[in-house]
Design a protein around this ligand. Structure first.
Ligand code: ME8
Length: 644
């Protein structure tokens, strides 16, 4: 019995961050869960390496696209390995095996009459690589809000419009094809409005897979990217996929384009697409373009990867958006893992060591322990059911309710008092309590494997279990199977308590170091590198290249959907005022800036920030760890004066 699942293949224009990690951890948890149900589960991930954005990123870092993609793809692969994620297939879109699959898919669609050549003129968002409809560009991109551009060129088109009815029928007949429900409804409503044909090739671009019948064209974005799910398992008996796990922003491509491509090619469709919500950080979607990224490795170094897995899957309802914060992470770690699970394990096993000479005692079968066993039976069913539906948080909540019930049971039974009494009834009750607690820990450990595989393995060893944990099957999991007489293993702390602030400070410091490392990798000027160069001398000619001028702020407004940017209209004494976007919203209110004299670097190349073209940069002091302070003058200076 196979179970084939995939994550998106991630763009290599950014290094891996916690957003990518979230999906990949969830996929790894599902893979482990399916394996414990006896499936031969196979997980594919990989990297999406073609397209103009990647070409641009490579250029910006002074590398060839191939060298650049090799580097960043390896970064993803290494990241998953460091985090101990069980990836079975890692496919790159630059792999020749992948090109062969894309070309075959195209040829099948062509042979079946679903491909034609045409001219497209329309609005296109370069950032999202998304067509925003026919006609002229300029309007905001429906996804990111940046202005679209007008494009016109000869392309190969895919007849997406021919699939409207078949897609609606698919959603109708297989209600769980798109999950959760909210995404299914969105997609259905979108398809009902009618579908336009889709341009799937480009002649302007070189960094892509050539169209087999017309190599002047290369495949563009989604036809190429989606095929990875098949190319990764070409020649194996794994297609169709059982699950494509994705973030919600790419639902449309997976739930509309992908089944349509496959229908056109006469190939089997994936069984399910599950689109989870966004991981937010500082109230916004965590993403490279917003610059609000956290990386997983600093967290791993401070508390291990299992607590991060637990946090992400417990804290956020899978399918909905949820926030990441260091406070919440450390808070949950201490409450649920250090004080909760970790404490219950160490307390129970320590008592077995002290009161029953390190061997699991016999079960005497009192009513209180029977109640716990009953609760454990119900919990097993609840957790399996929840995980089956990817409701990790709900499953973990049930499991922690069981752990709390056992905690309470231990306190009520007070085995430390029973142990002191010599009578048979007290001794039996003490043994009953310890057996029951240890047995629930065995049950909980098996259920925890998908979520915290290494912690589960450690608890398993401490319980002295001899059966390999990998062999445990969820359908065989029943309470009261712990064998009396089994010697417990060596005890060791599982989740040492963390001091909140020092732990956060350490993660932040590691995060800064990781950011600098990634920036250096991408050939960007990282903060530490700039500081290192601070001692270097430049010539007067170098300085003369920088045109700094005095300006006065005429208008200022916060840029929508950011906490950092202000759009300034600045008069530099030129024919028309300029728009300058500055990251100073943390330090200044827009109204404070109006009428203020500022210094602008006037000869910088224009740069788009949040869709707004910034023509210059405001000069400010940037104290380490503090807010920016704008440069100003004690004496009056005329607008347009040059700084020399
Ligand atoms: O879209 N919250 O690649 P990508 C939750 N190459 N998930 C997040 C996230 C966040 N803040 N940020 C990223 C692409 N993700 C295409 C996919 S598939 C054939 C091609 C995760 O690098 C989430 O899974 O932009 C999201 O869908 C994916 O990373 C986007 O990765």
């Amino acid at each position: 019995m196979k179970y084939y699942l995939t994550t998106p293949i991630y763009y290599v224009n950014a290094a891996p961050h916690l957003g990518h990690t979230y999906t990949t951890i969830a996929a790894d948890a599902i893979r482990r869960f399916k394996r414990m149900q006896g499936y031969e589960a196979v997980l594919t991930t990989g990297t999406d390496e073609h397209g103009s954005k990647v070409e641009g990123a490579a250029r910006a870092s002074g590398m060839t696209p191939q060298a650049f993609t090799d580097l960043i793809s390896a970064e993803f692969r290494d990241q998953w390995e460091t985090l101990g994620l069980a990836i079975d297939r890692f496919m790159r879109t630059t792999d020749p095996r992948h090109a062969a699959t894309v070309q075959r898919l195209f040829e099948r669609c062509l042979a079946n009459g679903y491909i034609y050549k045409g001219t497209y003129t329309g609005a296109y968002c370069v950032f999202c690589e998304l067509y925003a409809g026919e006609g002229q560009g300029g309007a905001p991109c429906p996804d990111c809000g940046r202005p679209t551009e007008t494009v016109s060129e000869e392309n190969y088109f895919f007849k997406l419009s021919a699939f409207q009815d078949r897609l609606l029928e698919l959603y109708e007949q297989q209600p769980d094809f798109i999950q959760p429900e909210v995404r299914r409804n969105e997609v259905t409503a979108f398809v009902r409005q009618g579908l336009s044909d889709l341009s799937i090739t480009r002649t302007t671009l070189k960094w892509g897979i050539p169209v087999p019948t017309d190599p002047r064209h290369v495949f563009y974005v989604w036809f190429d990217a989606l095929s990875t799910y098949m190319s990764a398992v070409e020649g194996e008996d794994l297609w169709p996929a059982d699950l494509h796990l994705i973030g919600k922003e790419i639902t449309r491509f997976h739930a509309i384009y992908w089944p349509a491509f496959l229908m056109a090619a006469g190939l089997p469709l994936p069984k399910r697409i599950f689109a989870h919500g966004w991981l937010l950080f500082e109230q916004d979607k965590m993403s490279k373009s917003r610059g609000n990224i956290v990386r997983p490795d600093p967290v791993r170094k401070v508390m291990g990867i299992d607590p991060l897995r637990y946090f992400l899957l417990r804290e956020i309802n899978f399918g909905q958006d949820g926030s990441f914060s260091y406070d919440a992470l450390v808070g949950r770690y201490n409450a649920d893992l250090a004080n909760g699970l970790g404490n219950l394990v160490s307390r129970t096993l320590k008592m077995i060591q002290d009161y029953t000479a390190g061997a699991v005692p016999e079960l005497a079968g009192g009513p209180a322990s029977a109640e716990i066993a009953g609760l454990a039976t119900a919990t097993i069913a609840e957790v399996i059911q929840a995980f089956e539906n990817f409701q990790f948080s709900r499953g973990l909540e049930s499991l922690w309710n069981l752990l709390s019930a056992v905690d309470k049971f231990i306190v009520e039974q007070a085995p430390w008092q029973l142990a002191k009494r010599d009578d048979d009834a007290s001794q039996a009750a003490m043994r009953d309590t310890l057996y029951t607690a240890a047995d629930v820990l065995r049950v909980a450990t098996v259920l925890l494997v998908p979520i915290m595989p290494s912690a589960a393995a450690r608890i398993w060893r401490q319980l002295g279990m001899t059966e390999p944990l990998e062999k445990a099957r969820l359908e065989c999991l029943v309470p009261r199977q712990l064998v009396p007489g089994q010697r417990i293993g060596e005890l060791a702390p599982l989740f040492p308590r963390l001091e909140m602030q020092p732990a956060i400070d350490r993660m932040r410091a590691l995060e800064a170091a990781e950011l600098a490392r990634q920036n250096a990798l991408l050939g960007k000027t990282a903060a530490p590198a700039a500081a290192a160069r601070a001692g270097e001398r430049i010539s007067i000619d170098d300085f003369a290249k920088v045109d700094m001028r005095v300006g006065v702020v005429l208008a200022a407004a916060r840029v929508k959907r950011t906490d950092t940017l202000i759009e300034l209209t600045v008069d530099l004494g030129e024919a028309a005022p300029r728009i300058v976007v500055a990251g100073i919203a943390g330090a200044y209110q827009p109204e404070q800036l109006i009428g203020r004299k500022v210094v602008i670097v006037a000869n910088l190349q224009p740069r788009k920030l949040r869709g707004i073209e910034s023509n210059g940069m405001i000069v400010a002091a940037s104290p380490e760890g503090g807010l920016p302070v704008l440069v100003g003058f004690l004496e009056d200076v005329p607008v347009g004066a040059r700084l020399t």
